[in-house]
Design a protein around this ligand. Structure first.
Ligand SMILES: [Fe+2]
Ligand SMILES: [Fe+2]
Length: 186
């Protein structure tokens, strides 16, 4: 029987939002909060819901993995370059990068278990449900730090040129072409 799930969407974001790359990243953070609620719903049931397992597994393996690359390869390096000493951002970015790396092992384990559940239609085992609950807990903490510290500082420090470059890199990573992103503010 399908899990009683929150009615919220993990639908893809509109490509045009890539012209405002910081807004795009914030919208992705919103989708990740939705994901945490869906992961909690899966963790809380002993029944099976292959469709939900497939949706959550695909989002973790694809969308979230791309988001982490956006941050690690583009946003964080730009911030390190532009932040002043008083911003004291290095320790925060170091912590977030460590969380990306520890989170990827957990995400891989969950992705594999959800793929199996989607294929077989069997309920999730107890250890996967515990993994899902831990994933949701740690992701919420991670998101809170990024939204409270990283994103406001990025809005303050990144230049129009940085934002244009960020737009183009994020679009290319998704196989999308956007013409003249030209963000002057985000
Ligand atoms: Fe993020
Ligand atoms: Fe992150």
């Amino acid at each position: 029987m399908p899990v009683d799930r929150p009615r919220e969407s993990l639908d893809p974001l509109p490509a045009g939002l890539l012209r405002q790359p910081l807004d795009y990243l914030m919208a992705d953070h919103h989708r990740q909060r939705v994901l945490c609620r869906l992961a909690d719903a899966l963790a809380a049931t002993s029944g099976s819901d292959p469709d939900l397992a497939r949706t959550v597994g695909a989002f973790i393996s694809r969308d979230m993995a791309i988001h982490v690359i956006d941050e690690e390869q583009d946003l964080f390096p730009l911030l390190r370059r532009r932040a002043s000493l008083e911003d004291a951002i290095d320790a925060v970015l170091g912590r977030l990068a460590a969380e990306h790396s520890s989170g990827s092992a957990l995400a891989a384990r969950i992705g594999q278990a959800l793929d199996e559940a989607a294929l077989t239609g069997r309920p999730l085992d107890r250890s996967t449900r515990l993994d899902l609950a831990e994933f949701a807990r740690s992701e919420r903490e991670h998101l809170a730090l990024e939204n409270a510290v990283v994103m406001p500082l990025a809005r303050l420090r990144l230049t129009a040129g940085d934002l244009r470059a960020l737009s183009l890199r994020m679009a290319a990573r998704r196989g999308l072409l956007i013409d003249d992103p030209g963000p002057t503010a985000a």
